[in-house]
Write a new protein. Structure first.
Length: 256
């Protein structure tokens, strides 16, 4: 995600040794701190998210369609931030949830559209569930920028996120959260631009080839825990081809 200009957390896998005895492979992930922002070339500003306590309570009751409009918004790096900046960031996200502002009035719309497109390529709806999203407040533009977080490896897609939205068959993120985005023409344009970029000829192959060494290193680590683990890069190629076919069949001038 970093190569596409997103704020990305440091993430790695390690063989943990406990009391001189090897254990299993563990993932280590960077936290949402000012250090993260500095390493990604960002000025220090609030990082916000929805408080997912209510979601977890609802999940226990099998009621997962709780609206983010009813959920508290919290700042993850509050120390040293002005209350005015934190309030402004929270208000932007709240206004979006309550339909007071459109997606393009609240978010860095080009990055947000590209973020959704990347999730299509990865077959990953998990990252766009409202409880899993983290946003950086750009103080100069007064917009929220998505932070790449909580991505999972998934199988091949049967529909794009736009396709889900058209048929009102949302993934787990569902309801107003997804609907609010796709109702904004500027978001739609940014999203389609992102799909076009990611599905362009050789784009994915160049990326995979450039990072082959990293994939091989991580695969070796994973196999110390799961001997037969394989990294299936063809999944992303299949998804890329699905997206390219989708774009050929979709008139973006008549997408509403």
């Amino acid at each position: 995600m970093k190569h596409l200009g997103f704020i990305g957390l440091h993430y790695n896998f390690i063989n943990l040794i406990l009391n001189d005895a090897p254990t299993r492979v563990y993932a280590i992930e960077e936290g949402f701190t000012d250090v993260l922002l500095t390493k990604n070339g960002k000025s220090i500003a609030p990082i916000i998210k929805f408080d997912d306590d209510k979601y977890l309570e609802a999940l226990k009751r099998d009621k997962i369609k709780i609206s983010p409009a009813n959920v508290k918004i919290v700042c993850l790096n509050k120390k040293g931030k002005s209350e005015a900046d934190i309030l402004e960031a929270k208000t932007l996200l709240s206004d979006f949830c309550f339909h007071k502002k459109s997606a393009s009035e609240v978010f860095n719309i080009e990055k947000l559209g590209l973020y959704f497109a990347v999730m299509d390529l990865l077959g990953n709806t998990h990252s766009i569930i409202w409880k899993n999203q983290r946003f950086y407040f750009e103080k100069t533009t007064k917009r929220l920028e998505p932070i790449a977080y909580d991505g999972n490896e998934h199988d091949n897609i049967q529909s794009t996120l736009y396709g889900h939205w058209q048929r009102k068959k949302y993934p787990l993120a569902s309801h107003d959260w997804i609907n609010n985005f796709f109702q904004d023409p500027l978001f739609l344009q940014a999203y389609f631009n992102g799909l076009k970029k990611l599905s362009s000829p050789q784009y994915l192959e160049v990326f995979l080839n450039k990072n082959t060494s990293d994939f091989q290193t991580l695969t070796r680590v994973a196999r110390t825990d799961k001997r037969n683990y394989l990294f299936y890069d063809y999944k992303y190629i299949v998804n890329r081809d699905f997206i390219a076919s989708f774009l050929l069949k979709t008139d973006i001038n008549k997408r509403n």
